[in-house]
Each structure stands twice: as structure tokens, then as C-alpha cells.
Design a binder for this molecule. Structure first.
Ligand SMILES: Nc1ncnc2c1ncn2[C@@H]1O[C@H](COP(=O)(O)OP(=O)(O)OP(=O)(O)O)[C@@H](O)[C@H]1O
Ligand SMILES: [Mg+2]
Length: 311
């Protein structure tokens, strides 16, 4: 099951992952009222649909003046957004996230993804945030760092520091980075997620890490354990035919797969292919307890290095 950015950001906030202040809005008046409660002069108005690629399709707008927010919201609501993940029919915008504009110094990419093949949780990180990660993987794979974590042992702070230094993060950001990865990992595990992705995770001009985007996907088979997550389901984003068909099957009532989640399933399986590539960090859990994968005293270094970022 897939959820909206505003829902994922609310979960992030509960897990102490920094996000911009913001509110969901269903009409221009609500959008304006939400903007009036925000502290920054610039407001960002973001279409909430399950498909990705909203920015390029005109679904993320910047209002330079507070008084512009209602008009910006009016422009977005009801619009059919056609992105590379919606298909040609597009997806109608029915809700918006109105949030504080952040002064960005650098955009990073980070995700945790379940790798069933190696029974591990894989961290994928890159200094090339804000771009399609598949494009980065295809064109500059050396800019992606991967780390495989054995869920029995869990994520360790020293692993986060190693990845942070490998990415060339400034030292004033490393502490926040390690804490953020740990919190994101905890959220992933506790809610039975199959994917949690931040693209971009930004370093602000004040050297603060903030998740500007948030994407989460959940294992349908574990939804029965999470009433709070099941409640986040949005029927507006699903194919009505599939909703009707699955409603007729009681065992699936709590675990229907939205059509628009297909993209993330496909993406997760592509990631599984990368994560089972030849790199040592990716191909083996860092601290496996199984006999087949002998225990290592130290976790392997991340698989690739890339140039440091400057803020
Ligand atoms: N609160 C914000 N403040 C400043 N800039 C923002 C904010 N939110 C988003 N942006 C800018 O807009 C870009 C696109 O936003 P975002 O990543 O949320 O959408 P997207 O990635 O295009 O959509 P999707 O996640 O659906 O693929 C970001 O890379 C960032 O540069
Ligand atoms: Mg994004």
C-alpha cells in the first residue's frame, strides 16, 4: 500500500525526522489558512497524488507571497497531472500539501528498501538528490552508496557515519545524518514498510537536514498488524474496478493493492536487482547471524565513493 507525502511526513515527524511545517488542504480557502500559519515568506504548494514525478509535471508550485497561495491552490486542484508514473490518463489532484519553503544548499537522496533475496534492509544514498535515482544509477552509479543491514542486528550508528563520510557530508551534518538514518530505519521496521524514500533530503543554508519529500510503501501482508497505517489508505488513488473486485474477497479487504502502487513495486524490484549486484556491501548483510553468511567483525565499507558536497 502506498500513502501520500503529507501522511508520510506526519509519520516522519512522529519519529523525529525533520520535515518542513505544513498542512494538508482540500480547497483554496484551507490552503490560504494553512499558509497563514506558516512562518516562512515563501510557501510551497504540492499536489498530493500517489504517483511520483509531480515536480516535472507542474505539481509543485512556489508562492513567493502568502497572498498568492489561494490562487496557486486553485490552479492545482482539479488538475489532471500526467507524470511518468500515472500513465497517459493522468491523476486528478484532490488534495494539496501547503508547507514552508526551505532554503536549500544541497539535495541528497536516501532510502531504505527491503531486499527479500538477501533478507536484509538496504540503505541507498546519493549526493544527487532531487533527480530520478534510476537516472543517477544508470548514468553515474559511482554516486550511489549502498549498505546492507541485517535486521536481526539492526542499523548501527557507525555504519551511518561511514556512509555519511563516504558521501562527503560536512562534519556539522554527520550527527543529524546518523540520527535521521536510525529514526528512518526504526520507522521502516516498526511499520513493516517495504520502502521509505526521501528525495530530496536537503542540507539547508543553516546546515540543517530536512526531508523535503517523503515516500512510503507498505507490505500488504503485514497491514493487518497496523490499524494506523490501514487508515491512511486513499480510495481516490485506486482503480475503482480493482477496489470493487477485491472488496468481494474478504481476506483481501485489508490488503488491497492500489493500482498506483504498481510503480513502487516495480521500483522496489529494480532496487532488489541493484542490491544483489556484485558490490560487497550490497551483496551481504553487514552482520548476518546465519551459518551461510559468516559474521564479520566490522561492517563492510559502503560500496562506492563520490565527490564531497559543498554547502
Ligand atoms: N518545502 C520546500 N521548500 C523548497 N523547495 C521545495 C520544497 N518542497 C519541494 N521543493 C523543491 O521541489 C522539488 C520537487 O519536490 P518533490 O521532490 O517533493 O516532488 P517530486 O520529486 O517532483 O515529486 P515526486 O516525489 O512525486 O517524484 C524538490 O527537489 C525541491 O527542489
Ligand atoms: Mg521527490
Amino acid at each position: 500500500m502506498n500513502i501520500h507525502e503529507y501522511q508520510a511526513k506526519a509519520l516522519f515527524a512522529k519519529y523525529q525526522i525533520p520535515v518542513p511545517n505544513g498542512k494538508v488542504a482540500f480547497n483554496p480557502q484551507e490552503a490560504q489558512a494553512a499558509a497563514d500559519t506558516l512562518a516562512t515568506p515563501i510557501t510551497v504548494v504540492k499536489a498530493q497524488i500517489h504517483a511520483g514525478g509531480r515536480g516535472k509535471a507542474g505539481g509543485v508550485k512556489l508562492a513567493k507571497k502568502k497572498s498568492d497561495v489561494a490562487a496557486t491552490a486553485q490552479e492545482l486542484l482539479g488538475k489532471i497531472l500526467v507524470t511518468h508514473q500515472t500513465g497517459p490518463q493522468g491523476q486528478e489532484v484532490k488534495k494539496l500539501l501547503v508547507e514552508e519553503g526551505v532554503e536549500i544548499a544541497h539535495e541528497l537522496y536516501v532510502s531504505w528498501v527491503a531486499d527479500r533475496g538477501t533478507a536484509s534492509i538496504v540503505l541507498i544514498a546519493s549526493t544527487e538528490g532531487g533527480m530520478d535515482i534510476e537516472e543517477v544509477a544508470a548514468q553515474t552509479p559511482e554516486k550511489i552508496v549502498k549498505l546492507s543491514v541485517d535486521p536481526v542486528i539492526g542499523f548501527q550508528a557507525h555504519q551511518g557515519r561511514t556512509v555519511g563520510f563516504e558521501l562527503g557530508l560536512p562534519k556539522e551534518v554527520i550527527g543529524q545524518w546518523v540520527a535521521m538514518l536510525g529514526n528512518l530505519y526504526r520507522l521502516f521496521i516498526e511499520k513493516d514498510a517495504s520502502l521509505v524514500e526521501i528525495n530530496p533530503l536537503v542540507v539547508t543554508k543553516q546546515s540543517k537536514l530536512i526531508a523535503l519529500d517523503a515516500k512510503m510503501n507498505f507490505d500488504d501482508n503485514a497491514l493487518f498488524r497496523h490499524d494506523d497505517i490501514r487508515e491512511l489508505r486513499d480510495l481516490d488513488e485506486e482503480d475503482p474496478l480493482e477496489t470493487r473486485a477485491t472488496a468481494a474477497r474478504p481476506q483481501l479487504r485489508q490488503a488491497r493493492r492500489p493500482r498506483s502502487a504498481a510503480w513502487s513495486t516495480a521500483r522496489a524490484s529494480r532496487w532488489r536487482r541493484w542490491t544483489s549486484s556484485s558490490s560487497p556491501a550490497a551483496s551481504r548483510p553487514t552482520s548476518s547471524t546465519s551459518a551461510a553468511a559468516p559474521r564479520r567483525r566490522r561492517s563492510p565499507r559502503p560500496s562506492r565513493s563520490c565527490s564531497p558536497i559543498r554547502t
